[in-house]
Every structure is written in structure tokens, then in C-alpha cells.
Design a protein around this ligand. Structure first.
Ligand SMILES: Nc1ncnc2c1ncn2[C@@H]1O[C@H](COP(=O)(O)OP(=O)(O)OP(=O)(O)O)[C@@H](O)[C@H]1O
Ligand SMILES: [Mg+2]
Length: 281
């Protein structure tokens, strides 16, 4: 499943990890590997459960290892299968899908519980709304219907941790363009151009997050917005210092730092004042 070169390997405890190669264009390795690792760390700052990833090199190829979120007899049931179970007319083979809307996901996630690490009253959909808020924060536009899932056990279904975060943080912006994007205005313009082409109407990630959080109970929306508001810029800075300069250059660190600050403000401006109010009874 998916578009990148990948293979499953096992650690010393025989637990599976998925190696995903970072794609290269004309010999230049684009930064899906550092982007995926940084987003995993950023997800931790706002309490979004995400598959554990670490940078890896396999047969000389750069990539990431993503620790399987499954154990024992568990299996993943992807978004497209859940959407089809809720609406048999949903075309699960078509990723760019007119039936793929936030409210369809709300219905599809009705039988799906939140992961056990979430606050007690949080539902599966409310947790998923946090995944959309993460996307909006990191300019992630890849939340298609196979990039989220539920974990099915014999008796239960719970939302799987978020996964596949490589397409984020402007990993595709060439190094030479970073300086021209350095001003806050240019970064905001760049951020607003991002759309999620899989959802009906190709909305931007901030719009999607706002729509989802407005369908949540006010306490859940407030929880997510509070987590984002509480993020310490020092912690973000520390995370950006972790990759070596040859992987993450100084101009790119500056770009990402400003992008995260801009997106955080955009989310809080767009959602803050009215979050949770439009929830149906
Ligand atoms: N940590 C994980 N635990 C269990 N299954 C995983 C994990 N990471 C990925 N998978 C499975 O592997 C599939 C492919 O992985 P992933 O979505 O990360 O990359 P990709 O599909 O190649 O990227 P894209 O969606 O951009 O094409 C996922 O849809 C999911 O079924
Ligand atoms: Mg994927």
C-alpha cells in the first residue's frame, strides 16, 4: 500500500518496523525522512498519538523506520474501509473522492474508540480532529483515506496512532528558494497555498482542522487548542537542532520555525473563538 519504496523489518524483539525510503529527485534526496521524524516529535508536544519513527539508512538509502502500531492479532482497518462500512456507496478505490468529507469521517468513526492514551472523555473522531490540527500546524496535506486507520481487535476498534507524516514542513521546497521565503508575509502566503486535494472541495489544512474541531464537543476542541497554545517555542527550537546541518540546513530550520509559528497563529485565529459551538446535539 502507498507510493514509496518500503519493506518491513524486525527488531531484536521481533517487533516489525516499516522502512520507508526518502524519495530522490535528480540525485537530491528530498527530506521526507527528517520531516517525518520532526512531525513525530511535534505530535508528541501537542499530545497527538503518532507511530514511533526514527531516521534510518538501509543499503545506503536514506529513510525512516516506523514502528508497527499493531501487536498480536490486531489489524489495521483504513479510513477508506471505515467510510465504506458507514456508506456502502463510498468508492474506497478512489483517493480523491467527493464523498471524503469531515462529516463523513465523523459518521465513519462513530464505532471507533479513542486510543487508550487520550483523556477519558475523548471520542475517536475527536482524537482524529487533533490529527487534522497537527496537519494544519505542520502544513501537512496528505491525510487521504488510507493515511489514517482504526486498529481492530476481536472485540474492539480504536483509532490507530497517526502515521505517514513525511509530506509536511515544506520538505519539497528547494534549498535555493528558502531565502526568498524568509519573510513572515511570504511564509504566510506559502502556507495558505497548501490544500488537501483528497477531500471534497480541496480545502486547506487549517480549514479542515476548523471544520473538524467545530464538530467536537467544546471540551475536546478546547483541549486541542490549549495543547497547541501551550507549545513552548524553546522546545520546538530544541527539536529543530536535533538533525545535523547536512540534513537540515540553518535556512531550513529558520523556515520551519517561522512556518510553525505562522500556522499556529492561523489555527488559533481561525478556530479559537468559536471552537465546538456548531456541534449537533
Ligand atoms: N507504524 C505503522 N504501523 C502499522 N502499519 C503501518 C505503519 N506505518 C505505515 N503502515 C502501513 O503501511 C502503509 C504505507 O505506509 P505509509 O502510509 O507510511 O507510506 P506511503 O503510503 O508510502 O505514503 P503515501 O500515503 O504518501 O503514499 C500505511 O497505509 C499502513 O497501512
Ligand atoms: Mg500512506
Amino acid at each position: 500500500m502507498g507510493t514509496k519504496e518500503k519493506e518491513w523489518v524486525r527488531d531484536a524483539d521481533a517487533h516489525p518496523w516499516l522502512f520507508k525510503e526518502a524519495r530522490a529527485k535528480r540525485g537530491y534526496v528530498r527530506g521526507e525522512d527528517w520531516a517525518e521524524c520532526l512531525v513525530h516529535a511535534l505530535a508528541g508536544l501537542i499530545g497527538v498519538p503518532s507511530a514511533c519513527v526514527c531516521p534510518a539508512i538501509r543499503d545506503g538509502r536514506r529513510g525512516v523506520l516506523s514502528r508497527s502500531v499493531l501487536s498480536g492479532d490486531e489489524r489495521l482497518e483504513h479510513g477508506n474501509e471505515l467510510l465504506t462500512a458507514a456508506n456502502p456507496k463510498y468508492d474506497k478505490t478512489n483517493a480523491r473522492n467527493l464523498g471524503y468529507t469531515v462529516s463523513a469521517v465523523n459518521t465513519a468513526l462513530a464505532p471507533v474508540e479513542a486510543p487508550p492514551c487520550m483523556p477519558l472523555c475523548m471520542t475517536g473522531f475527536e482524537t482524529w480532529s487533533g490529527y487534522l490540527m497537527l496537519d494544519a500546524w505542520v502544513s501537512g496535506c496528505d491525510r487521504h483515506h488510507e493515511n489514517w486507520a482504526a486498529i481492530r481487535t476481536v472485540h474492539t476498534m480504536r483509532l490507530a496512532p497517526s502515521f505517514d507524516h513525511g509530506n509536511a514542513l515544506g520538505f519539497q521546497v528547494p534549498e535555493r528558494q528558502l531565502n526568498s521565503l524568509a519573510s513572515s508575509d511570504n511564509i504566510e502566503r506559502w502556507s495558505k497555498k497548501g490544500v488537501n486535494r483528497y477531500f471534497r472541495g480541496k480545502p486547506g489544512p487549517v480549514t479542515l482542522a476548523a471544520e473538524a474541531l467545530n464538530l467536537c464537543a467544546p471540551r475536546a476542541a478546547k483541549y486541542w487548542l490549549g495543547r497547541l497554545e501551550d507549545v513552548s517555542e524553546d522546545h520546538v527550537q530544541e527539536m529543530l537542532q536535533a538533525p545535523p546541518d547536512r540534513i537540515l540546513s540553518e535556512p531550513r530550520r529558520n523556515f520551519i520555525e517561522k512556518l510553525l509559528r505562522t500556522n499556529r497563529r492561523r489555527i488559533l485565529d481561525a478556530i479559537g473563538p468559536c471552537a465546538g459551538r456548531a456541534r449537533p446535539s
